[in-house]
Design a binder for this molecule. Structure first.
Ligand code: URA
Length: 237
């Protein structure tokens, strides 16, 4: 494994920060100072010391939520150079990745982890984990439209399962209506396409909850670690 990756994986600092430290002469391998990032490490046998601190490979798992702002792509690298969600968690070890995805313009709760088992459980369709969205749509959908959403509608990827839909409020000028919607599938652009299917464009979409885990008042663009009990509750779903 590359030296900077090995150290970053231990959770000490981001890969970028580790590279700087290597060049600054702060890292030794088996007692010898290594000045070039990319130096190959034998994970089993080499002894790495970072700024006087022995580096242990990461055994700890990380779990966090980000309040994703609109305009960030959920990917590790974007070939088109758009800002990615990774830039919002750049101070954390490189081993973390987003669990699932939110569309470019969707905001709200996005989980990150380096625990593959956790990610797998949350994403596997058979677990049917409920995700709650606040959505603002154009106009004022009538009760028939709302009823259709509750029963499930046909979108290009197939028929959606029934959704829980609560009408919250309509703007005074009738330009937009706010709903809370709970779905347990993860079809691409599902909420947007469901409203489109009943004739209303989504103008803002925010995920507020996954299972019982709430975004709460976490400010946009900020992240926080999950507590032990939050992790346990999600793992039990
Ligand atoms: N539904 C959508 O349409 N977009 C998302 O990002 C998530 C759910």
């Amino acid at each position: 494994m590359r030296l900077e990756k090995y150290i970053a994986t231990s959770g000490i600092a981001s890969r970028r920060a580790v590279k700087k430290s290597i060049r600054a002469g702060l890292v030794t391998v088996n007692g010898e100072t290594i000045l070039v990032p990319g130096y190959p490490i034998d994970v089993e046998t080499d002894t790495v010391v970072f700024d006087g601190q022995p580096v242990e490979p990461l055994t700890e798992h990380l779990y966090l939520m980000l309040n994703k702002p609109p305009g960030y792509v959920t990917t590790r690298h974007d070939e088109r150079g758009r800002p990615t969600v990774m830039t919002l968690v750049a101070d954390l070890p490189d081993s973390i990745y987003p669990v699932g995805r939110l569309d470019l313009e969707t905001e709200g709760m996005l989980l990150f982890t380096n625990d593959g088992d956790f990610a797998y459980r949350l994403l596997h369709p058979s677990h049917e984990i409920e995700k709650t969205y606040l959505t603002w749509v154009k106009g004022v959908p009538n009760d028939t439209a709302v009823q259709r959403l509750r029963q499930g509608v046909t979108i290009p990827s197939g028929k959606t399962a029934p959704a829980r839909v609560k009408r919250l409020k309509t703007s005074r000028d009738g330009a937009s209506t706010q709903f809370e919607m709970v779905i347990h599938e993860g079809k691409k652009r599902q909420v947007r396409l469901m409203f489109k299917a009943v004739g209303h464009r989504v103008i803002r979409l925010k995920r507020t909850q996954i299972g019982n885990l709430r975004l709460g008042d976490l400010p946009q663009g900020q992240h926080r670690f999950l507590t032990e009990s939050e992790i346990t509750a999600l793992m039990a779903l």
